[in-house]
Ligand binder design. Structure first.
Ligand SMILES: Nc1ncnc2c1ncn2[C@@H]1O[C@H](COP(=O)(O)OP(=O)(O)OP(=O)(O)O)[C@@H](O)[C@H]1O
Ligand SMILES: [Cu+]
Ligand SMILES: [Mg+2]
Length: 756
């Protein structure tokens, strides 16, 4: 299966999105297809053996739209921005010219509409023939997209918002043309021969004005991406054969040596090799406190160097940089579909046919009841226009775009709209210990050997331990290697044979035919290795919250390490905030019971699962999900937060998986949300953001529905017998434009939401 992203063009409303979705889904080999109207994007998962991107593109073309695969976020964004400017220019032109004609027609029609004698309006201004001559070109030029869209739909036996607008304005126009040519037909029956050209033109103008304003506002929903991309530095000062030259950032290659001076932006990702400095990484990680960096540390492109000057080696450039990946992820998330939208989609699907049915019923009813063709036409056109479901299609995607963008600005990467929607429902939150609650930078605090304090012996043993641990990616391993360095162990370390890492237990290997094993006491027990001699040390260290690791040579215990990993400063406040929100916080760790308990009580976690093997972490999540709590005895929505390879299955099993951005790639890939800086306060922010976004979506759906549902009966003339109120079709056109605008404006309001 392959996932591709397509940039779509030509969609006029949400039902177009449905059309495209169906067209793509009907291709053999396509598994999933989501079309996001707001982001004008399609996400397609397909089997490359059965179909190709070309075929998918062709299907979209056949449906009457265009699709372009998104290969590179930057150029895609530039292209779509250029297109958008063009669309906006054309729309503005149409709106302006139609507005002028509208004003003329409305003034000309005033005496007729109001029934007053207005002598300052010359009679030629409402001459039907003049109105016909003015209306015809404007209607078919400005309203071209609607009529073409309706025609395309008709050919596929589909009705959409274009159909409604076309039938509505078309009816008003044709009726007026008939009156213009055969006024006697009406006069003979004692009816007035009034024309309604202005209705058709004004409705089209208002809808176009709505589209223009909506288009402008919609551009702002992707501001977050533009802001992120704008963070990138323009040039880099590279050192080539001893000379420092400034080159454009696109020309920087991997491996190149780059100098960064105080106050400058770091151009690309890399590893610091000389000098040290404080770096503000807030723009990428959301972390407000600048971090100190020394040789060997990773630096991230687009972050700002504060105080020092340093040299680094570029490790990732172009679309591989952290920033580029963030931008790409955000763009994909913005194009994804929130589950709540399914409802809106279904409604849109049957909305148009239902509205057409109501319109026909309205016409028949009024015409039969009153015999007044004018009344019948006015109500029918009103129904058709006000019922247009265009705002419905905007309600969810616009909020999702703003919400995911806002998250990214706060260092929270949300991969899809579904997890954004689900996050506010989380009831239980499971935290991994090492690297999640703690900083993940453990240091050896104690080291003791059976052989006593004979310095030579201690160093020899430490060298063997470091040699084995150098092969491991585990944070504890790194701590032991670092410790060996500070203690003056001889490097290079001896060679290892048959290295093996036993997940959740430890590591082993042979050094000149001697078996060296380092790991948990449980593992030692399982191996039948006696640990009595140093047990009292183990238990006192563990109750201080330290992790212990035994070293055994040839099946005999030789020494014990105590390793401590400081809590992140924000872990405790974050847990308190989560508990205050009513969530149950649980710890899940591979570390031993005692250490886990000590850390848990320090941060205020009551429920602890310790000594959990990596393959069992997902099972624990499953059993937590199956727990039924509360009055309604619901299944629990469980979120897992973790950083390690051992957390990946649990992250995938959880309803919402959150990875620590500083953790392993495997964990990040298995998760739905990434907390870039690793600050656990990000969990609180993500939940708040989810709540705010969902509220915003609900408001939008309300705005989208209220105009339609309140407007249809009024337009149909339900109040006419009681109060004489009829909804002028022109007002219906205005209401429809207003509903789209209020939806998009409301979505943009979400940008102001304060997350901390
Ligand atoms: N390379 C290693 N060197 C020494 N001990 C190890 C090593 N790998 C694992 N262990 C031991 O196995 C235990 C469990 O490891 P695991 O990776 O499952 O969890 P963890 O990283 O300690 O904790 P968490 O699950 O909270 O991230 C560790 O606490 C450690 O005692
Ligand atoms: Cu519409
Ligand atoms: Mg971990």
């Amino acid at each position: 299966m392959k996932t591709s992203y397509l940039r779509l063009k030509g969609m006029g409303c949400a039902s177009c999105a449905n059309t495209i979705e169906t067209a793509i889904q009907n291709i053999a080999g396509v598994a999933i297809c989501h079309v996001n109207f707001g982001a004008e994007q399609a996400t397609v998962e397909f089997d490359p053996h059965q179909t190709t991107i070309d075929q998918i593109q062709q299907a979209v073309t056949d449906a009457g739209y265009t699709a372009q695969p998104i290969e590179d976020t930057t150029s895609d964004l530039q292209n779509s921005e250029k297109d958008n400017r063009e669309i906006e220019k054309k729309l503005t032109q149409k709106v302006l010219i139609s507005a002028i004609v509208s004003v003329f027609l409305v003034i000309g029609g005033l005496p007729m509409m109001t029934g007053l004698n207005l002598p300052f309006i010359p009679p030629w201004m409402h001459n039907p023939w003049l109105q016909l001559i003015l209306t015809t070109p404007i209607l078919f030029w400005s309203g071209q997209s609607f009529f073409l869209g309706a025609w395309k739909g008709l050919k596929r036996h589909q009705a959409d918002m274009n159909t409604l607008i076309s039938v509505g304005t078309g009816a008003a126009y044709l009726y007026s043309v008939f009156v213009t040519f055969f006024p006697q037909f009406f006069l003979n029956q004692g009816l007035s021969a009034d024309v309604y050209y202005e209705s058709a033109v004004v409705i089209i103008t208002l809808i176009l004005l709505g589209q223009l304003l909506e288009h402008r506002a919609r551009g702002k929903t992707s501001d977050a991406i533009k802001k992120l991309m704008g963070l990138q530095a323009k040039t880099a000062r590279v050192i080539r054969s001893g000379e420092e030259i400034d080159i454009p950032i696109e020309a920087v290659k991997v491996g190149e040596i780059i100098r960064v001076r105080p106050g400058e932006k770091i151009p690309v990702d890399g590893e610091l090799i000389e000098g040290n400095s404080t770096i503000d990484e807030g723009m990428v990680t959301g972390e407000s406190i600048p971090v100190e960096k020394y040789p060997g540390d990773e630096v991230i492109g687009a972050t700002i160097n504060k105080t020092g000057s340093f040299i680094f080696r570029a490790s990732r450039v172009g679309k591989d940089t952290v920033l580029a990946q963030i931008v790409q992820l955000v763009q994909q998330a913005q194009g994804s579909k929130a589950p709540i939208q399914k409802l809106a989609d279904q409604v849109t699907g049957w909305f148009v046919p239902v509205v057409i049915a109501i319109a026909i019923a309205t016409f028949i009813l009024w015409f039969n009841l009153t015999g007044n063709l004018t009344l019948a036409i006015t109500t029918t056109v009103g129904v058709l226009i006000i019922a247009c479901p265009c705002a419905l299609g905007l309600a969810t995607p616009t909020s999702v775009m703003v919400g995911t963008g806002l998250g990214a600005e706060h260092g929270i990467l949300i991969k899809g709209a579904d997890s954004l929607e689900l996050a506010h429902k989380i009831q239980t939150i499971v935290l991994d210990k090492t690297g999640t609650l703690t900083a993940g930078k453990p240091t050896v605090t104690h080291y003791i050997t059976i052989g006593g304090t004979n310095n030579d012996h201690e160093l020899k043993l430490l060298q063997l331990a470091a040699a084995i641990e150098q092969q491991s990616e585990h944070p504890l391993a790194e701590a032991i290697v670092e410790y060996a360095k500070t203690q003056g162990v001889n490097f290079p370390l001896p060679a290892i044979n048959d290295f093996q890492a036993l997940a959740g237990m430890g590591v082993q290997g042979y050094i000149s035919d001697q078996l060296v094993q380092i790991g948990t006491s449980r593992w030692m027990e399982e191996l039948g290795i006696k640990t009595e001699l140093l047990q009292q040390y183990q238990s006192s260290w563990e109750s201080e919250g330290k992790t212990t690791a035994w070293i055994a040579i040839e099946g005999k215990i030789e020494g014990l390490f105590a390793i401590s990993d400081a809590l992140k400063p924000t872990s405790k406040p974050a847990i308190q905030a989560l508990q205050k929100m009513g969530l149950e916080v649980v710890m899940l760790t591979g570390d031993n019971q005692k250490t886990a308990q000590a850390i848990a009580s320090e941060v205020g976690i009551k429920r602890v699962f310790a000594e959990v093997r990596p393959d069992q972490k997902a099972n624990i999540i499953k059993s937590l999900q199956a727990e039924r709590k509360g009055q309604k005895k619901q299944y629990q929505i469980v979120a897992m937060v973790g950083d390690g390879i051992n957390d990946a299955p649990a992250l995938a099993q959880a309803d919402v998986g959150m990875a620590i951005g500083t953790g392993t790639d495997v964990a990040i890939a298995a998760s739905d949300i990434t907390l870039i800086s690793g600050d656990l306060m990000g969990i609180v922010t993500a939940i708040k953001l989810s709540k705010a976004t969902l509220n915003n979506i609900r408001q939008n759906l309300f705005f989208a529905f209220i105009y339609n549902s309140a407007g249809i009966p009024i337009a149909a003339g339900i109040l006419y017998p009681l109060t004489g109120w009829l909804l002028n079709p022109i007002i219906a056109g205005g209401a429809m434009a207003l509903s789209s605008i209020s939806v998009v404006t409301n979505a943009l309001r979400l940008r102001q939401f304060k997350l901390n």
